[in-house]
Structure formats: C-alpha cells, structure tokens
Design a protein around this ligand. Structure first.
Ligand code: ADP
Length: 271
C-alpha cells in the first residue's frame, strides 16, 4: 500500500526459528522526499533570475554604444535583482517559522497597526492597478505575537489579493472578534478566484495555480506557506473561501490577547 519497511531477520538457535523485525520507514522516506523536492525547487527558482541576470549583463556589454538599450536592460536587471532579493527574503522568513522552535520575544501587538502596515506596504502596487484598498471592522483588538511576522503574513495576503485581481476592483481587510477568544482578519478581493480542486494545495511551498501568471506578478510561490506557518506559530490558522471568477476571502484566526484561552495558546509559543 505504498509503505516502506526495513526488515531484519535474525536466526534463533538451530531449530529453524527466525525473529523478524520490521521497522516502518514510510514517514522517513516521505520527509526525505519532501526535503529533496524543496531543495530542487529552491535551486530552480534561484537559477531563473540568476540566469536572466547573466544574459542581461552579457547583452549590456554588447550594447555599450547604444545608451537607450543599456538603460532598458539595466531596468530589467534591477527587476530580476528584486525578484532574487524577495526570494531569498521569503526563504529566510520561512526558515524562521517552519521549524519546531517557539518564536522568541512575543509581545502584545495591535491588530490595527498590523493591518495599517500591511496595507501601506501594498499601496503602490494597488494604485498602479487602480485597486481600492480599504480597512474596516473592529478597532482596538490585540494579539500576543511577533509584529514583523504578522505584518509579513497579512501583507502577503493583501499582495496576492492585488496581484490576482483585475483593475478597478476593491480589496477589503477587516478585523473582528470571533467568539470569546479569537481574532479574525479577513482579506477579501474581487479577483480571479481559485479553482475548487486547487484550494487544498495553494498553501504548499512553491505551488502555483498558474506558474506563468505568478512569476509575471513577481510572486515567489512562498507567500501562502509563510502565512500558514506564521499563523500556526501564533496558535492560529489561515483558511480560504473562493469562487473562481468572482473572488476570494482569506481568513487569519489568532488567539485574542487578554482572555484565558488566548493567553494560554500564545504563552505556549512564548515559553
Ligand atoms: P505566489 O508568489 O505565486 O503568489 P503564494 O504562495 O502567495 O505564491 O500563492 C500561491 C498561489 O495561490 C498563487 O500562485 C495563486 O495561484 C494562488 N492565489 C493566492 N492568493 C490568491 C488570490 N487572492 N486570488 C487568486 N489566487 C490566489
């Protein structure tokens, strides 16, 4: 049934009896295969912008007497460098949050500030597409966490909402208390949506519904994996509702600070 076993057979005495020990190695094989895939993916993703930079540098060298061409290729070199920097930055963030170690230095964080900073980081990209960014919901909510990581998670969601929406649409970020002990932050777009069959896979590292489109928008393919691990590390989770062709809502849930349940879940990570 696709499981892997190591079998050890030891003879017992001279009566033909044997002791058979079977060790289930399935999980080890799976972990090793995932690790190998990840390294192969990272290498491929790094090679793409480095290869492009190499070619562009060569082209610039040959176009030295055409200042206009040099300017154009230099611009593309800058674009590839930004892609490379984003990828390395995302890999570093992911390695910080996907291990077993708890996050150090968790503090009381204002959800309003996280939302404001995440929106601020996406304004230029949104206005280039005339997408309206709006914040709403309840004020004054707080969680126990790492502000920089929470901003990075929410920013990834807003960034995607903008990237996968057509021009002249609206992206709304809204926070609210959910039950007694949770905060919910919703990011809703009017974009292309996600096909039903793909929703289960988009949180995997480097998984893209449409790889060409993702690269075109400058995506690293790591954004949602970062969101999943950052929220998980804070004792929360991320879910998505989506309808292809209509839009998506990504929901981050985090333990609310100041309630028994919220405090306990957050402190577990802080220990
Ligand atoms: P990427 O860098 O490719 O955006 P992510 O991990 O952030 O990587 O997202 C994975 C994939 O999920 C994207 O390539 C895209 O296909 C899909 N996706 C994410 N957010 C949205 C959204 N708001 N609307 C439609 N598709 C989305």
């Amino acid at each position: 049934d696709g499981r892997w076993f190591a079998v050890r057979v030891t003879p017992l005495g001279s009566h033909g009896l044997v002791l058979v020990l079977a060790e289930d190695l399935t999980d080890m094989h799976r972990t090793e295969a995932i690790r190998r895939d990840f390294v192969a993916n990272v290498s491929h993703e790094l090679k793409t912008p480095v290869g492009a930079l190499w070619l562009l540098a060569e082209t610039v060298e040959n176009a030295a007497d055409d200042p206009e061409a040099v300017r154009r290729f230099a611009g593309r070199m800058q674009y590839e460098s930004v892609r490379l920097t984003n990828l390395v930055q995302d890999l570093m963030t992911l390695s910080r949050v996907q291990g077993d170690e708890p996050l150090p230095d968790l503090r009381s964080v204002s959800v309003d500030e996280v939302v404001a900073e995440a929106l601020e980081g996406c304004r230029t990209k949104a206005s280039a597409k005339e997408i309206e960014l709006a914040a709403g919901g309840e004020d004054g909510l707080r969680v126990h966490g790492d502000q920089e990581l929470l901003v990075s998670a929410l920013r990834n969601l807003v960034d995607n909402a903008v990237a996968y929406s057509p021009e002249n649409t609206r992206v709304v970020v809204s926070a609210r208390r959910c039950g007694d002990d949770q905060v919910e932050v919703n990011v809703t777009d009017q974009g292309i949506g996600i096909p039903d069959g793909e929703v289960g896979r988009i949180f995997e590292r480097f998984y893209r519904v449409d790889p060409a489109r993702s690269r075109q928008t400058g995506g690293t393919g790591l954004g949602l994996a970062i969101v999943k691990h950052v929220t998980g590390k804070h004792g929360g989770d991320v879910t998505v509702w989506s309808k292809e062709g209509h839009g998506s809502t990504f929901t981050i849930r985090l333990p609310l600070l100041g309630t028994a349940a919220g405090g306990t879940a957050a402190r577990k990570d802080a220990d």
